[in-house]
Design a protein around this ligand. Sequence first.
Ligand code: BGC
Length: 563
Amino acid sequence: MSNEKADQMIRSSSLEEMSSVDLDSAYGPSGFHGLVRSSNILFYSLFASLGGFLFGYDQGVISGVLVMRDFETRFPRVGGNGDLQGWVVSIMQLGAFVGALINSPLADRLSRRYSIAVACVAFLIGSVLQAGAIDNSMLFIGRFIGGIGLGQISMGVPLWIGEIAPPNLRGSAVTLQQFAIASGIMISFWLDYGTQYIGGIGEGQSQLAWRLPFALRVIPAITLLIGCFFILPFSPRWLVKVRREHEALAVLSRLRKLPENHPIVQAEILQIKAGARFDALTIKEKFPNAKTSAQIAYQQYKELFMQKHLAKRLFVACFLQFLQQFTGVNAIIYYAPKMFKSIGLSGNSVSLLATGVVGIINVVATVPAIGIVDNFGRRIVLMVGALFMSLSHFIIATLYAIYEHSWAEHLSAGWAAAAFVWFFVFNFAYSVGCIAWIYPTEIFPLGVRAQAMGIAISVNWISNFVIGLITPIMLNHIKFGTFYFFFAFTMVLFGWVMFFLPETKGVPMEEMDKLWGGSEGKETADRMARIQNELKCESRNVPIYSKTSSYSDDLDIEMQEQY
Ligand code: BGC
C-alpha cells in the first residue's frame, strides 16, 4: 500500500476504515525477506530468543548429566537408574508451570521486558544451585527455582516479541524463539557429550563433567538479563496499556524505522490505542465497582472464562499447547537414546549419534518455518505437519509391532524406524513446534493477553510434565502402542485444525475480535465506534466531547490508578 493511501485512510471520516488498513502489505514482505528488511525486529527478536535458548538448553542438558559417572556416584538416587530420576527431570516442568502462571501479573505490572529480567534472576539462582549441588535437596530446589524462571521466560518472550512485531512478521519473529529452543536442545546434547570426557568417562571422571554444563547457561542468562535493561525496548502495546502513549509512539517509530508522524506508524498506534481503550472501557462499563488492580485482575480472569468468545480463544490456545506436547515430541527429546536402543540400534555410540541427529534436524527444520508461517498461514502449515507426524508414528508403531522380537535380524527395519523418528521431528519443528508459540500471542485482546498466555503456556508445561512421566511407563508396558497413542493425538490435531481453527495470518492483533465473534454485539460495536471516533478526533486535535464526557479523560484516570 502506498503511503498516500494509508495517509488518506487515516484522515478518512471512519476509523473503521482506518483499522482495516492493510498493515500487512503496508509493512512489506513476510518471512525471511521481511525480517532481513526489518533488521531491528530481527535483532530484538533474536536477542529475546536467548530465553528460548535457555529453555531448550535446560530441557536437553539433564538427560546427558544423569548418566555421567561422577554424577551417578554423588547422587545415586537421581543418576543412573535411581528411584528419583523421573522426578528430578520433571520438577523443572512443575516449576515452569508455576512460572508461566505467575508471570501474567508481572508482565502487566512491571512490563513485559522487566518480567523477563525477573525470570532471568530466578533462572540464575536455579542454575547456581544445580551447578554447585552437594545433595539431592539442593539439586531439586535448584531445578524447581530454575524451572520457575523458565516458565516465566517461555511466556514472557513470545508475548514481548508478538507485541513488537508488525503483523506481517509476527509469525516469523516468534518462530525465532522455537529456533532458539531447538538450538538450545542441540547444543546441550553435544556439550554433554563433550564434557563427559573431562577426567575420562570412567572412575576418574571429574565433577566438572556435569557441573560445567549446568554452570555454562549462566552466560546467556546474564546476557539476557543485561539486555532487558539496556537493549530491549518496552513493548509499545504495554506502554499504551499503561497510558504512556508518547513513549509508545516513540518506540513504535524506532521499531518500524519510520518517523513518528508517518501514516503507517500513526495507523498502527491508533489501532493499538483503540484496542487498549476498548478493553479498559469494557471493564469499566461492565464492572463499575472494580477499582483496585487486584479487583480488576480478578474480573479479567473471570472474563476469560465467562465471556464466550474469550473462553473459546482460551480453550483453543490451551488445547493447541496440550496437543503440541501430545504429539510426543518430548517422548523423543527425553528418551531418544532408549528408543533407538529398543529398535535395535545397538551400541551407545550409535544411539547417541542417532539422538544427536534428532537435535540437528530439529534446528534445521525450524528454519523453513520462518519463511512459511506468515506466507502460507498457520492452518495449512499445521495440517501438513500433523499429517506427516501421524504418518511417522503409524509407520514406527507398525514396524515396531512386526519386528518387536526380531530387530537383530532386521537391521534395515530398525534404521527405517529411526528415519521416521527423524521425519517426525522434522515435521514437528516447522509446524506445531513454532505455531503453538505464535498462536496464543496473537489471538487475545490486550486487556487479557498476559493472563491468557500464562494459562496457555502453563498447560504446555503441565502436559510436558505428564509426557515426561508416562513415556517410560508406556515404552515398558505397551511398547509399540506408545506410538499408536501419539498417532491418535496427531490425527486429532489434524482434524481439529482442519475443522475448527481460524486462520490468523496477517490479521492485526486489534482486529482479532472479529474472528472470534467478540465484536458482534450491538453494545460492543457501539463502544468501539465511540472510541474510534474519539481517537480519530484526538489525532486531528479536535475536541469532540465536553471535558466531562470524554471517555479518554475518564479512562486516563481509571487506568493510571490501576498502574
Ligand atoms: C516444545 C518443547 C519441545 C521443543 C522441541 C517446543 O516447542 O514446547 O516442549 O521440547 O519444542 O524443539
